[in-house]
Write a protein that binds this ligand. Structure first.
Ligand SMILES: Cc1cc2nc3c(=O)[nH]c(=O)nc-3n(C[C@H](O)[C@H](O)[C@H](O)COP(=O)(O)OP(=O)(O)OC[C@H]3O[C@@H](n4cnc5c(N)ncnc54)[C@H](O)[C@@H]3O)c2cc1C
Length: 369
């Protein structure tokens, strides 16, 4: 029985924003999540160039407004003023999204672990099944299951074994300027990079991430070593043992998110911008694009129209993502070499602030035709 227009697997960032938008479009939607609590996470803060009000969120979700971004290699520092960089409180973002969802149209169901998708002879997908073999039917099915990609992997939209970038973070005492965010590079970051996200009340998040498999096994001791670096010691003081963090898929830039009546959004199809792993702004935009295509396809009873989501995404993001991907590959290749990173930051002094911010935020000002 097709009770729902849309069934979404995952009540994370992309699932919630999509559900909010589909409710506005008056589409009967079911959101299923394997978690018990949708506002409990393995990490709680995000750096983002997203203007939250553009996405109908209030300024309450901002944990700290940043006025300058500091790039720091072993010996060189490049500081850039910016007025559109924020540290976001992930819990507050998700709470606001849940509050904004119109429950006349959307049903949120937790503790449902989806395992499989059922394909009809026509090639369309009729339902999904949870681990107890309970079936959920929808005219359109959405995989928003994040890194897990429970269905996107099964249907071949994402490779089954993707390389993951993994990060660990501590919430620490912050001795620095609360309006400065740091991006840290060089050998100490072992094929990745580090970050300091200032928060209110003299706190900050310090973290580092890499996709070097060998280092991933020793992230916590490596972060402890980083905390002992003289430059870092001047900025942060660790006063608790709570480790936060998680993983992101590293894939080539994907552009296919739809098969018949199956649509994928978010980390399930690796929509994080490659350059600094910023997911929010990009996933919000992608989910809104998906909601419009879904609405049109249902309105016209034509699933071919779901493909407009891919077309619009490509036009908006494809060239930018490819440039960001190239930059990401260079960073991961050279960050282990202090001299090259020092030189890269010196070379950055020749570039305008605007150009640097556009590169880091993945917005090169280009759109593919
Ligand atoms: C360590 C780390 C740091 C990051 N830092 C930033 C940052 O600074 N700025 C930024 O913008 N982005 C950042 N990101 C990226 C951003 O968090 C993600 O891109 C974004 O949250 C992805 O949203 P999503 O909806 O695709 O996945 P998620 O938010 O992970 O949601 C997926 C949901 O699906 C559910 N689920 C999974 N499998 C199943 C299943 N089989 N059945 C039912 N439910 C299921 C999960 O429980 C989860 O609730 C970071 C990510 C990590 C890991």
């Amino acid at each position: 029985m097709n009770n729902f227009d849309v069934v979404i697997i995952g009540g994370g960032t992309s699932g919630l924003i999509l559900a909010r938008e589909l409710a506005i479009l008056k589409r009967k939607t079911l959101v299923l999540d394997r978690k018990n609590n949708l506002v409990e996470f393995s990490f709680n803060t995000l750096g983002s160039f997203m203007n939250v009000e553009d996405f109908n969120l209030s300024k309450n979700v901002i944990a700290q407004k940043i006025n300058s971004l500091v790039f720091q290699s072993k010996r060189v520092k490049r500081e850039i003023e910016t007025d559109n960089l924020f540290v976001l409180d992930k819990k507050k973002v998700h709470e606001e999204l849940i509050d904004a969802i119109d429950t006349d149209y959307v049903t949120l169901k937790t503790n449902v672990h989806i395992k499989n998708i059922v394909k009809e002879a026509s090639g369309n997908f009729s339902s999904i099944k949870d681990k107890n073999n309970i079936e959920y039917f929808g005219k359109i099915i959405v995989d928003a299951s994040g890194t897990n990609g429970v269905i996107s992997k099964k249907v071949g939209l994402r490779e089954t074994k993707s390389i993951l970038a993994t990060g660990v973070e501590y919430n620490v005492e912050y001795l620095g300027d609360p309006s400065k965010m740091y991006l840290l590079s060089g050998k100490d970051y072992q094929g990745g990079y580090g970050w300091i996200f200032p928060l209110k009340n003299k706190r900050a998040i310090i973290g580092f991430g890499t996709f070097n498999d060998e280092v991933v096994k020793h992230l916590k001791p490596q972060l402890s070593k980083i905390l002992e670096l003289p430059l870092i010691k001047k900025l942060v003081r660790k006063d608790n043992e709570l480790v936060e963090g998680g993983s992101l898929p590293i894939t080539p830039v994907l552009e296919k998110f739809v098969i018949n009546n199956l649509v994928c959004v978010g980390d399930s199809v690796s929509q994080v911008n490659p350059i600094v792993g910023e997911g929010y702004k990009f996933i919000f935009e992608a989910a809104i694009m998906a909601s419009k295509a879904i609405h049109k396809a249902l309105e016209k009873d034509n699933i071919e129209l779901l493909k407009t989501y891919e077309t619009v995404w490509k036009k908006r993001f494809s060239a930018n993502y490819k440039r960001s991907k190239n930059a990401q590959e260079k960073i991961f290749k050279y960050t282990n070499n202090d001299l090259v990173m020092d030189f890269a930051l010196l070379a950055m002094r020749m570039r305008s602030n605007d150009r640097i911010i556009r590169s880091v935020s993945g917005e090169y000002g280009l759109e593919t035709k």
